[in-house]
Design a protein around this ligand. Structure first.
Ligand SMILES: [Mn+2]
Length: 335
């Protein structure tokens, strides 16, 4: 059986009347768009089942814009308790859903995960089906493959959503692989104006984000390990954007921490060269153990990862450096 058949079997076996497609905290275009397309696909085969896209921890700015231009409906306050089946999209750990995580854990409903991040064993343990492809550049890519397995084409709105999800998760295709581009080529034949669509959803950067990036650069501590340039910094918001900025400026790898409401969050970014030549996977080698150290969670991709937990900035960045030193001490120098 293929993934699509496995998924529909779970819905049928449980006589599901209400299926909840859940997106991660501050749901991004990839999460929302993959959920929207999956909703459409499942509705074709199960017209009597209520299938809802739920974002209990909000959606990001781009997603808000998407809701204006595409017929996507999300429930910001979904009734998780009454779901017969819960599908988690673009989410590798239910901890990404904060307080909702407990409700999901306690729910007796079968759980399915559809994701392209490195998997968290605690979360996969509670899932009945894991449709996971870490090589997929976007979650929308996995959902497109479900359409193919179902021998169905996405309609023009679904195609546009999948295209946007892929475009934004791959930083306008810079992180795409050949499978991604083959899918994109098929999607655009549905009548998508690529340049117009990308321009339509390009968000202006607000000044607080600009300032966060500049502050992170000003405060950065620069360390060299085995020839690799590491930048460590902290800002109270936009850690991910700041971490990316440090790598864009020249660091091979960056870690930017920030505290909010007694919690600490760290964003990790690196260049492709760092991952490939130093052999470091940020999600597995740094974010996961750092998450454990902070009694929280960590995960993500090889070149972009995130951690959240409890702790102070200084010791956290020190621990991050320690983990890096451990994996880099035997690494190759950059060429
Ligand atoms: Mn994604």
């Amino acid at each position: 059986m293929n993934d699509f058949q496995n998924l529909t079997k779970i819905l049928e076996d449980n006589k599901a009347a209400f299926v909840l497609l859940l997106c991660h905290r501050s749901a991004d275009a990839d999460a929302i768009c993959s959920a929207f397309a999956l909703q459409g696909l499942l509705k074709r085969f199960m017209p009597n089942v209520i299938i809802e896209v739920g974002c209990p921890q909000g959606i990001n700015k781009l997603s808000k814009l998407l809701l204006e231009y595409l017929p996507i409906t999300v429930n910001l306050n979904p009734n998780i308790e009454s779901a017969d089946v819960i599908v988690l999209l673009d989410t590798n750990t239910i901890e990404q859903l904060d307080q909702v995580a407990t409700v999901i854990k306690e729910s007796a409903a079968p759980k399915v995960i559809i994701d392209h991040h490195s998997q968290n064993p605690e979360t996969t343990k509670i899932c009945n089906l894991c449709i996971v492809d870490e090589k997929a550049a976007a979650n929308c890519e996995i959902v497109y493959k479900l359409f193919m397995q179902a021998k169905t084409d996405p309609d023009p709105n679904e195609a546009k959503a999948l295209f946007i999800g892929i475009a934004f998760d791959t930083r306008h295709f810079a992180l795409a692989n050949s499978s991604t581009l083959q899918i994109v080529a098929k999607l655009v034949t549905q009548g998508i104006d690529v340049q117009e669509t990308l321009a339509q959803f390009a968000l202006p950067i607000d000044s607080s984000e600009r300032l966060a990036k500049l502050k992170a650069c000003k405060r950065a501590k620069i360390v060299r390990i085995n020839g690799w340039i590491i930048a460590l910094s902290h800002v109270s918001a936009y850690q991910a954007s700041a971490a990316k900025a440090l790598v864009d400026l020249g660091a091979h790898m960056s870690a930017v921490a920030g505290q909010k409401n007694g919690k600490i969050a760290i964003s990790l970014r690196c260049t492709r060269q760092f991952t490939e030549q130093a052999g470091v996977n940020l999600g597995k080698d740094i974010a996961a153990p750092l998450g454990e150290y902070l009694q929280g969670t960590g995960g993500g991709h090889a070149m972009a990862a995130g951690v959240s937990g409890t702790g102070e900035i200084e010791p956290t960045l020190k621990q991050c450096l320690l983990l890096l030193k451990r994996v880099l001490c035997t690494s190759r120098h950059p060429t």
